[in-house]
Design a protein. Structure first.
Length: 484
C-alpha cells in the first residue's frame, strides 16, 4: 500500500514557482496579404486560362522598335499585349511572345498575318503618338499558336458594303492601314493596304469607300493625299493648303468630284492617279474646267501643277501641266503650259444637260473676243519669293494684234512679250545689269586717272604762269593803245 505524502508546509512551500499563461491575440489583418495573392492568381487564371485568347509566338526578322507591353491592334482596337521579346538560338530572328484577348481566340489560325507598324511622319502626328505596335489580320486555316511575321502589311478585305478603288503613285511613301478616306471633310472610307508593282514601277493603294458615298466616285474624280503640312506660294502670298488639326493627326486620302459634268459612275477596281496636292487634283479633274495652252517665250521658274490662274486678280482656274519640249525642226526648246479655266468663274451659265462640247464653244467664243481685245497670258512674280506665283490673264497687248488659236488642241492663248509685266521689268533690269557688267570699267577708270594727272601737271606748270603774265601785259598794251 502506497504512502501519501502531505504537501510541504512552512517557508519552503511559499517559494514554489507558478506558471503564468498569456494567450496570443491574432489580428484578422494578417490574412489580407495571402488573400490578395490568392485573388490575383485566381484572376490571372480566369483571365488567361478561361476567358483569354492564350499566348502565341510570332517570329520577326527585326523588332523595329517593338518593346515589352507593346499593344497588338486590330482595326484600331487593342486585342493583345507583347509579353516577352527574345532572339532565337541561331541569332537569325526575333521571337515575340504575345498574350491575346479572348475575342481573338478564333482568329488564331494558319492564315492569320502579323506585322509591325512603326510611327512615321508621313502617317501624321497621330502615328507618332500611337507608337510602335503589332497589327493583325485574321485568316483561314487550322488553329495554331506559332506564326511567321510579315515584313509588309497585307491588303485587308472590305469591312462592309462599298467599293474598292486603286490609287497609283510613283513616290507614295507609307500609308497606314486604316487611314481615313475623306470627301468634302467627311470620313467616307479607309485604306485597306498597298503593294508595289514591280512591272510598272508604281505603288498601288487599295482604298475602300462606303456604299452611300461610292456614287460620288466618277470618271472625273481625282484623289490626293491630304494629310501632313503643306506650305506653298499662291497668288503672290504664302498658303498653308488645306491645313487642319485632323490632317496633322492622320494621313488621310481625299477625293474631289466636280459638281457638273462629272461623268459616269466607275466600277469597283478602277485605277486613279494619286496627286500630291488638292490644287493639282482639282486642276486635272475636268468637269466644267476647260483646258487652254500657253507657250511662254522665256523661263517659267516655279510654275507647277495647281498654280492659280487669275483674270484681273480673280482666280478663274489653275495650271494643269508644265512641260519642256525640244523642237527638232528649229533646234529650240518650248515650254508649253496647259491651264484650265472654269467658265462659272466668269459667270457663264452651265445649265443642267449642257454637254462639254457646247460649253467649249461658249467659252472659246468669249476667250476669242478677249484675246482680240488685247488679253495675254503673263507670269505673275513675287518680289519676295522667287519663281512664278500665278499665271495672270491681262489686257496688255494692242487690240487686234493676236487671236485665239482654235486650230491647236487645246486652243492656245497668246503669251505677252518678254517686256510686259513684272517679269519683263525684272528681265530688263537683269539685261541692264549684264550690260554694265560687260563694260571695261577698270580700263575706263585707268584712262580717267591718267587724264586727271596730266591736267593737274599742266595747271601747276610755271611756264603756264609766265605765259599768262605775258598775255595779261599784252592785253594791257592793247587796251592802252585803244584809248589813245
Amino acid at each position: 500500500m502506497s504512502e501519501r505524502r502531505p504537501p510541504p508546509r512552512g517557508p519552503a512551500a511559499e517559494e514554489t514557482p507558478e506558471a503564468r499563461v498569456h494567450p496570443i491575440e491574432w489580428s484578422p489583418w494578417i490574412w489580407l496579404l495571402p488573400a490578395l495573392a490568392i485573388l490575383a492568381v485566381g484572376w490571372f487564371v480566369v483571365r488567361y486560362a478561361v476567358f483569354g485568347g492564350g499566348e502565341v509566338t510570332v517570329r520577326f526578322v527585326e523588332a523595329r522598335g517593338l518593346d515589352r507591353y507593346s499593344p497588338v491592334r486590330y482595326r484600331g482596337a487593342k486585342v493583345g499585349t507583347v509579353q516577352e521579346i527574345n532572339i532565337d538560338e541561331d541569332l537569325a530572328q526575333v521571337v515575340v511572345r504575345i498574350s491575346m484577348d479572348a475575342g481573338m481566340r478564333d482568329a488564331l489560325r494558319e492564315g492569320t498575318s502579323f506585322w509591325i507598324v512603326e510611327p512615321d511622319l508621313s502617317g501624321g502626328l497621330g502615328s507618332l503618338l500611337t507608337g510602335t505596335y503589332i497589327g493583325i489580320a485574321p485568316g483561314p486555316g487550322e488553329p495554331t499558336r506559332v506564326f511567321q511575321g510579315r515584313e509588309h502589311p497585307p491588303i485587308l478585305a472590305a469591312p462592309e458594303p462599298g467599293k474598292i478603288f486603286l490609287l497609283e503613285a510613283s513616290g507614295l511613301g507609307t500609308a497606314t492601314i486604316g487611314s481615313p478616306v475623306e470627301f468634302r471633310g467627311m470620313r467616307v472610307g479607309r485604306v485597306l493596304g498597298g503593294e508595289y508593282d514591280h512591272r510598272r514601277g508604281v505603288t498601288t493603294m487599295n482604298v475602300f469607300v462606303l456604299e452611300p458615298f461610292a456614287v460620288y466616285v466618277r470618271e472625273t474624280t481625282r484623289f490626293w493625299r491630304a494629310g501632313g503640312f503643306e506650305l506653298g506660294l499662291e497668288g503672290g502670298k504664302l498658303s498653308l493648303g488645306d491645313l487642319s488639326l485632323g490632317s496633322l493627326l492622320t494621313s488621310a486620302f481625299s477625293f474631289y468630284t466636280p459638281e457638273v459634268l462629272a461623268g459616269e459612275l466607275v466600277p469597283e477596281g478602277t485605277r486613279f492617279e494619286l496627286f500630291e496636292t488638292e490644287a493639282a487634283a482639282v486642276a486635272d479633274s475636268g468637269g466644267p474646267n476647260l483646258p487652254y495652252r500657253v507657250s511662254f517665250p522665256g523661263p517659267v521658274g516655279g510654275l507647277a501643277a495647281g498654280t492659280p490662274v487669275t483674270l484681273r486678280g480673280v482666280q478663274v482656274g489653275r495650271v494643269r501641266e508644265v512641260r519642256l519640249r525640244y523642237v527638232p525642226e528649229t533646234g529650240t526648246l518650248e515650254t508649253p503650259v496647259i491651264l484650265v479655266v472654269d467658265p462659272r468663274k466668269l459667270e457663264i451659265p452651265v445649265p443642267a444637260g449642257t454637254t462639254r462640247a457646247e460649253l467649249r464653244a461658249t467659252l472659246d467664243a468669249a476667250m476669242a473676243r478677249l484675246v482680240d481685245g488685247g488679253l495675254r497670258a503673263t507670269l505673275q512674280t513675287s518680289l519676295i519669293l522667287p519663281g512664278a506665283s500665278a499665271v495672270s490673264l491681262e489686257r496688255v497687248g494692242a487690240p487686234g494684234t493676236a487671236r485665239l488659236d482654235l486650230a491647236s488642241d487645246p486652243p492656245e492663248i497668246p503669251a505677252a512679250g518678254g517686256g510686259d509685266g513684272l517679269a519683263g521689268a525684272l528681265a530688263a533690269i537683269e539685261r541692264v545689269a549684264a550690260t554694265i557688267e560687260d563694260l571695261p570699267l577698270r580700263e575706263i577708270a585707268g584712262d580717267l586717272r591718267s587724264a586727271a594727272l596730266r591736267v593737274d601737271a599742266l595747271v601747276h606748270d610755271p611756264r603756264l604762269d609766265r605765259s599768262l603774265g605775258r598775255l595779261d601785259a599784252a592785253m594791257a598794251d592793247v587796251e592802252a593803245a585803244a584809248e589813245t
